[in-house]
Every structure is written in C-alpha cells, then in structure tokens.
Design a protein around this ligand. Structure first.
Ligand code: SF4
Length: 141
C-alpha cells in the first residue's frame, strides 16, 4: 500500500500542475499574502503590494476569476472595499473512481516506486487506465 501512495503522489503532483491556473508574479505575491494572513482587505493588500488601488482591484479580480479567491464587499473606515478570502480547493476521491486501478492487483506493487526500474511514471498498465479514465471524463464534459 505504501508504494501505491508514493506512485499516486507522483501522479497527483502532475495533475496539480495542470489544474493550477497560471499567475503573474504580482498575482502570486498577492495570493501568498492572502494565504499567509488567511484573508485580507483589498485596501490593505494593494498598499502592501505597493500598487495603486485600481491595480490592486484588478489583481484581486483576476485571482477571483481564476477561482483562487473570493471577494466579499465590506465597509471599512466608512469606505467600501472587499475582504479577500482564499477559496479552499478540496480534492475529493470517490472509491468508484479508482476501483479499476491496476495497482490494486499488481504483482509488482512491492517493487514499484518513482525513480525505480518499475515505476508509475513508466507503467503501461497505469497509463492505459489513466487514459481511459481521462477519455471517460472528456466524454462526460
Ligand atoms: S507496475 Fe504499474 S500497475 Fe503495478 S503498481 Fe506500479 S504503477 Fe501500478
């Protein structure tokens, strides 16, 4: 079971890269600040980023459109601004989605690991199964 976890970890890392939207340097910086603080006021964020209020607004709007943060209107010091809240991205795995994975019945499970001669990254059975799963998802979309 330990090897499955290592193998799936490698695969999930790859999926994560595909799923993450591309960010500009300033967007990454803004997102990092929100992550570290848990949430932030838009007016504080643009000051901390050393950009104009208009640019700060555009940055948070782009992050919201990319599904990374949510902007909630608030009044702070009698002025309208937004509270920027991190969107929690949860990754749910349903057992029905992985029940056909060849790793569960693989005779090489004990020798299979990333970087080894037998590895998930070079496994034809796993690749075939993943491609079939991907085409099923594409057909459903
Ligand atoms: S060899 Fe392939 S099927 Fe077997 S455990 Fe490794 S990745 Fe899974």
């Amino acid at each position: 079971m330990r090897n499955i976890c290592k193998g799936w970890g490698e695969i999930y890392k790859g999926w994560g890269r595909v799923a993450t939207p591309s960010l500009s340097e300033i967007e990454e910086k803004a997102l990092k600040m929100v992550k570290e603080a848990g949430e932030a006021l838009q007016c504080d964020l643009w000051k901390a980023l050393n950009v104009s209020s208009r640019e700060g607004s555009r940055i948070t709007l782009r992050l919201e459109r990319k599904g990374l943060v949510k902007r909630e209107p608030v009044v702070y010091n009698k002025r309208k601004t937004y509270r920027i809240v991190l969107v929690q991205r949860t990754f749910k795995v349903n057992i029905d989605d992985i029940v056909g994975c060849p790793c569960f019945s693989c005779p090489d499970i004990e020798r299979c690991a990333p970087g080894q001669p037998i590895s998930p990254g070079r496994c034809p059975a796993l690749t075939k199964w993943l491609e079939a799963e991907a085409s099923t998802l594409e057909e459903a979309a």
